[in-house]
Design a protein around this ligand. Structure first.
Ligand code: CP
Ligand code: NVA
Length: 351
């Protein structure tokens, strides 16, 4: 063992297969690398609970760029940076010139000269791709209109915590089947061997491009995915009922969505339709969620359309199946994992 380590050091091998890489979409990593990151996140969670220091990014500066609002992603990147010994700096869309007075390329070059890593949340995937192309430092996608990859690390970490494995888990996503979360679940699940069912009306099903990509990954991992508007078929014997908001950030067609998606609400009837034993079924939601009218939007929708709950009922949200808050906490542990692995010069010679 010592000899082997010595040879590796002599050969001056790169310390980590992850070092310097960006997470722009799930497909940037292999399925094995994603599983490694999930396991690493579980390890970092244990360290945090035990109060064991893990300051892998001592002295690093992290830029947090947000064009859209955020509670979890911003908090997770901030606390993860601090726990890792780095300094996070929040740069909201009204604070910097990005896109308005300065091109993405120029902004990326400037940020890359001062920061060691960049998180970006915004509209266009091309912006996060360009930040990575021109900054020369690792860039992590904190959500675009297309993908939500850091969410996936937390989600499949939560699944692994609950079931002990990811392979052969059935996950049924109900709702807007072509938003960022749905796209990412379909691809990540297909990569990791989970059977993803996108249960959505025809108008809101994944694009052909995303479906083709999922097919390629599913063939390799041996998983099966299903895209259907048939709720009974989509949720039968599932292990994870997952949903997301009906109208994503940057969209506004509430009336159409309420009409299209009302039948796809996750409620106790949906739970019954799964026929899954209680100990084999969980509910997940990336959050924020409209499960009551204690929000401005929730209240407005109630006044306009008379519904008090949208994608999930309050009953399911507070039920024994609910795991959305563990999932939210896991955002921090998993974001730590991706930041430390890609920026921390860790000794990970292969995965
Ligand atoms: N799930 C998620 O990304 O939450 P925020 O929008 O609060 O960051
Ligand atoms: N699909 C949602 C996810 C929020 C975390 C949105 O983009 O608004």
């Amino acid at each position: 063992m010592e000899q082997k380590l010595g040879n590796l050091v002599k050969k001056n091998v790169v310390n980590s297969v992850f070092q310097g890489r960006s997470l722009l979409a799930e497909k940037d990593f292999t399925p094995m690398e994603l599983e490694f990151l999930i396991d690493f996140a579980l390890h970092l969670k244990a360290l945090k609970k035990l109060g064991i220091s893990h300051r892998y990014l001592e002295g690093k500066n992290i830029a947090l760029l947000f064009e859209k609002t955020s509670t979890r992603t911003r908090s997770a990147f901030t606390t993860a940076s601090i726990d890792l010994g780095a300094h996070p700096e929040f740069l909201g869309s009204n604070d910097i010139q990005l896109g308005k007075k300065e091109s993405v390329e120029d902004t990326a070059r400037v940020l890359g000269s001062m920061f060691d890593g960049i998180e970006f949340r915004g509209f266009k995937q091309s912006v996060v791709d360009d930040l990575a192309r021109y900054s020369g430092v690792p860039v992590w996608n904190g959500l675009t209109d297309e993908w939500h990859p850091t969410q996936m690390l937390a989600d499949f970490m939560t699944i692994k915590e609950n079931f002990g494995h990811i392979k052969n888990i059935n996950l049924s996503y109900m709702g807007d089947g072509r938003n960022n979360t749905a796209n990412s679940l379909l691809i990540t699940g297909s990569m990791l061997g989970a059977n993803i069912r996108i249960v959505s009306p025809k108008e809101l099903q994944p694009s052909e491009k995303t479906t083709e990509l999922a097919k390629k990954f599913a063939e390799k991992s041996g998983s099966r995915f299903l895209i259907t508007d048939n709720i009974d078929e989509g949720v039968s014997k599932t292990n994870v009922l997952y949903t997301d908001v009906w109208v994503s950030m940057g969209e506004s067609d509430w009336e159409d969505r309420v009409k299209l998606l009302k039948p796809y609400q996750v409620n106790m009837e949906t739970i019954r339709k799964t026929s899954t034993p209680d100990d084999q079924l969980i509910f997940m939601h990336c959050l924020p969620a409209f499960h009551d009218i204690n929000t401005d939007y929730g209240h407005e929708i109630f006044e306009k359309y008379g519904i008090k709950e949208m994608e999930v009922t309050d009953e399911v949200f507070r039920s024994i199946y609910a795991r959305q808050f563990e999932e939210a906490e896991n955002r921090m542990h998993s974001i730590k994992a991706i930041m430390a692995a890609t920026l921390g010069n860790l000794f990970i010679p292969h995965v």
